[in-house]
Design a protein around this ligand. Structure first.
Ligand SMILES: Cc1ncc(COP(=O)(O)O)c(C=O)c1O
Length: 448
C-alpha cells in the first residue's frame, strides 16, 4: 500500500482559530465591501461630522510640545495603563455615576485601560471560559460578542428580553433549568448591554438592575458567576436621566465587570476602553493582556485623559448627543412615515445609542440569503444588519425576521433615503410573499 503523500504546505489551525471562522462581523464587512454602492444602515460606525478633530489636534500639540514629555508618551506605557491616567478615568466614571466621592474608595488596581472595550470583552472571556462553559446573554445581543464566545467554545444560553431589558423571571428560569441539569458549575458569566443595547436599543430598567444582580449572586453556588455589564452606549442618551449602572449596586464589587469605551462617545480611531474588574480577576486579565500587548496605545490614553481633565470630553459628549438626537428623530420619523401602514411591522424607539430595531412579519426573513436582503442590496441599494446574527446560531427559537438599522454614520438625508429604499424593498417582498401564499392557498382548495 502506498502511504498518503503528506503535504508540508498544509496549515494546521488551532481549534480556537477554527472556531473563529464564519464570524458575523467578517460576513457583514464583506457584504459592506461587495455592496459599496448601497446606503449603509448596517455599519456601526459613528457620526463623522462630530468626531473630535480639534480636541485631539490640540491635545497632541500640547502633549508633544516639549521633547521630554513627548518622548515619555511615545514610549510604551504599562499593561493596565499608567496610574495617574487611571485616576483621571476613575473620576470620569464617578461623574457619570453622579458620585460626589469621586469613587476614591475604588482601588486603581481594579481599573484597566484597554484597546476599546472589545479587548476587555475578549480578555475576560479568555480568563473565564473553557470549551463547554456557559454564558447567558440577552436575546438579542451584540453579535460580535457572540463570536467571541463561540471562539472560546462557550455554550451560549439566550435569555428573553423585553422593552425593559433582560427579564429577571427568564434569567431565573434559565438558571433553574441549568441547575436541574446539574450544570450550574459550568456557568461563568451573564452578559448584558445595560444601556441602549446593540442591537435592540433597549435599556435595562432601573428596577431590574439590582434584581438581575441579585439573581446572578443567588446562583453563584459552586463558583462565582460574573455579570459583564457592557456600557458601550451609556453616554449616548438623548432623553431622560442617566440610570445608575448595575455595577453601582454591587456593594462588594466582586460580581460585576464593567466595560466602558470612549469609541462611541469620543472616537473609535483613538480606541480607548476601560474595564473595572473584581479584584479576583485583576491578575488573570492583566496576565492575558500582558501576552496580548502589555499595554494599549499610551499616547491615545493620554489624549482621552487630557480631554477628560480639561472638561472638553464632557462638553463633546453633550454636542454628540445633540447630533445623534436629531438623527434618531429623523430615523424614527421616516420609519413611522414609511412603515406605519404595513401590517405586522413594528420597531423600538430608543432613548439613546445608535440603533432602531425593526421586526417584520414572521414570513419575511431578513438574513444574508433571504429575498429581502438580495432585493434591498441589489435593487434598492440599501443595507441593514440581519437580526438573526444577534442570536446564538444554534438556537432553534431565534427569530429570522428582524433588522438592525443604524443612524450612526449616515446624515439625516442619508437616513431618510435609506429608509425609503428599505421600505420599498420590504413592500415588494411583502406583496410577493402575500401573493405566493394566496396562490398556495387557492391551489390547495378543492376544485368545484
Ligand atoms: C455593545 C458593544 N460593546 C462593545 C463594542 C466594542 O467597541 P470598542 O472596542 O470600540 O470599544 C461595541 C462596538 O460596536 C458594541 O456595540
Amino acid at each position: 500500500m502506498i502511504a498518503p503523500v503528506k503535504d508540508g504546505n498544509q496549515t494546521q489551525l488551532s481549534d480556537h482559530a477554527q472556531r473563529s471562522a464564519h464570524q458575523a462581523i467578517g460576513f457583514l464587512m464583506q457584504q459592506g465591501v461587495e455592496n459599496a454602492d448601497c446606503i449603509s444602515l448596517a455599519a456601526g460606525l459613528v457620526d463623522e461630522d462630530s468626531l473630535p478633530v480639534k480636541i485631539v489636534r490640540d491635545a497632541v500639540a500640547e502633549l508633544l510640545s516639549s521633547p521630554e514629555s513627548g518622548r515619555k508618551l511615545l514610549q510604551y506605557g504599562i499593561t493596565p495603563g499608567p496610574e495617574p491616567l487611571r485616576r483621571i478615568f476613575r473620576s470620569n466614571l464617578a461623574r457619570i455615576e453622579q458620585r460626589d466621592d469621586g469613587l476614591e474608595d475604588l482601588p486603581l488596581s481594579q481599573l484597566m485601560l484597554t484597546t476599546g472595550s472589545q479587548q476587555l470583552l475578549s480578555l475576560v472571556t479568555q480568563a473565564l471560559f473553557n470549551p463547554g462553559d456557559i454564558c447567558l446573554v440577552a436575546a438579542p445581543t451584540y453579535f460580535v460578542y457572540i463570536d467571541v464566545l463561540q471562539a472560546a467554545g462557550a455554550e451560549i444560553v439566550p435569555v428573553i428580553a423585553d422593552a425593559e431589558g433582560m427579564r429577571p423571571d427568564s434569567l431565573s428560569a434559565a438558571f433553574e433549568r441549568i441547575q436541574a441539569e446539574g450544570r450550574l458549575d459550568r456557568v461563568r458569566l451573564v452578559y448584558i448591554v445595560s444601556d441602549f443595547d446593540n442591537p435592540s436599543g433597549v435599556s435595562v430598567s432601573a428596577e431590574r438592575r439590582p434584581e438581575l444582580l441579585r439573581i446572578v449572586q443567588q446562583f453563584s453556588l459552586h463558583n462565582r458567576i460574573f455579570l459583564l455589564e457592557d456600557c458601550a452606549y451609556r453616554e449616548l442618551r438623548y432623553d431622560g436621566e442617566m440610570i445608575p449602572s448595575i455595577w453601582s449596586y454591587d456593594a462588594s464589587r466582586e460580581t460585576v465587570i464593567l466595560a466602558q469605551t470612549f469609541s462611541k462617545s469620543f472616537s473609535p480611531g483613538v480606541r480607548v476602553g476601560m474595564g473595572v474588574l473584581p479584584q479576583c480577576l485583576v491578575k488573570a486579565v492583566s496576565d492575558l493582556k500582558g501576552n496580548d500587548d502589555f499595554g494599549s496605545a499610551h499616547l491615545n490614553q493620554h489624549i482621552v485623559a487630557r480631554a477628560i481633565r480639561t472638561g472638553e470630553y464632557a462638553e463633546h459628549v453633550r454636542r454628540v448627543c445633540e447630533s445623534y438626537r436629531r438623527k434618531r428623530d429623523a430615523m424614527v420619523a421616516i420609519v413611522e412615515h414609511e412603515f406605519s401602514g404595513m401590517p405586522g411591522v413594528s420597531w423600538f424607539t430608543p432613548l439613546g445609542g445608535m440603533y432602531v430595531w425593526m421586526r417584520l412579519p414572521a414570513a419575511i426573513e431578513t438574513g444574508f440569503t433571504s429575498p429581502l436582503f438580495k432585493r434591498a442590496t441589489q435593487v434598492d441599494k440599501v443595507m441593514y444588519v440581519p437580526g438573526e446574527l444577534c442570536y446564538p446560531a444554534d438556537w432553534a427559537g431565534r427569530p429570522r425576521c428582524e433588522m438592525r438599522l443604524s443612524f450612526g454614520v449616515q446624515n439625516v438625508a442619508g437616513i431618510q433615503e435609506g429608509i425609503r429604499r428599505l421600505a420599498s424593498a420590504v413592500r415588494e417582498v411583502l406583496s410577493t410573499t402575500i401573493s405566493m401564499q394566496a396562490g398556495v392557498k387557492s391551489s390547495a382548495e378543492p376544485s368545484r
